[in-house]
Design a protein around this ligand. Structure first.
Ligand code: ASC
Length: 132
């Protein structure tokens, strides 16, 4: 339904929830909180890569600052940098998928590539996501 909520806000929150839905279980396996399952790992890493291929920047359309919660206004004033940071996530997710496809049995390599994706999440959050 459409009320005073900025529609793009719902889209970006839904999108990042899906990103987390794929990234989270990979992290749980890396950390030993879920059993290591190579088929599931490949599926999650593939989904994550596909999700990051989606142009999520459109969910930060000009003017959609209105009604934002934790998305800082600096996103819109530094869109090129924001876009570069999103590209870094795409790149890291692609790398993770390759590592998982080539060597899912190499847990150290998977953990490393997983950590690099997490760094790209964090780099963007540090600058562009309010703490609360
Ligand atoms: C997650 C999640 C994030 C990132 C970030 C990585 O699982 O929800 O926002 O990882 O914590 O540094």
């Amino acid at each position: 339904h459409f009320d005073d909520k900025e529609p793009m806000q719902s889209s970006r929150q839904s999108y990042f929830a899906l990103v987390a839905a794929s990234f989270g279980p990979i992290g749980a396996m890396v950390k030993g909180d879920m059993p290591w399952d190579e088929a599931a790992l490949k599926s999650y890493a593939g989904d994550l890569e596909n999700l990051t291929e989606l142009n999520a920047l459109r969910f930060f359309a000009a003017g959609s600052e209105k009604g934002t919660t934790r998305a800082k206004p600096e996103i819109w004033s530094n869109m090129q940098d924001f876009s570069d940071k999103y590209a870094a996530l795409q790149q890291a997710a692609e790398q993770l998928e390759e590592v998982v496809d080539d060597s899912a049995g190499d847990r150290k390599a998977v953990a490393q590539a997983f950590g690099e994706v997490g760094q790209t999440c964090k780099a963007c959050h540090d600058d562009y996501k309010a703490k609360n």
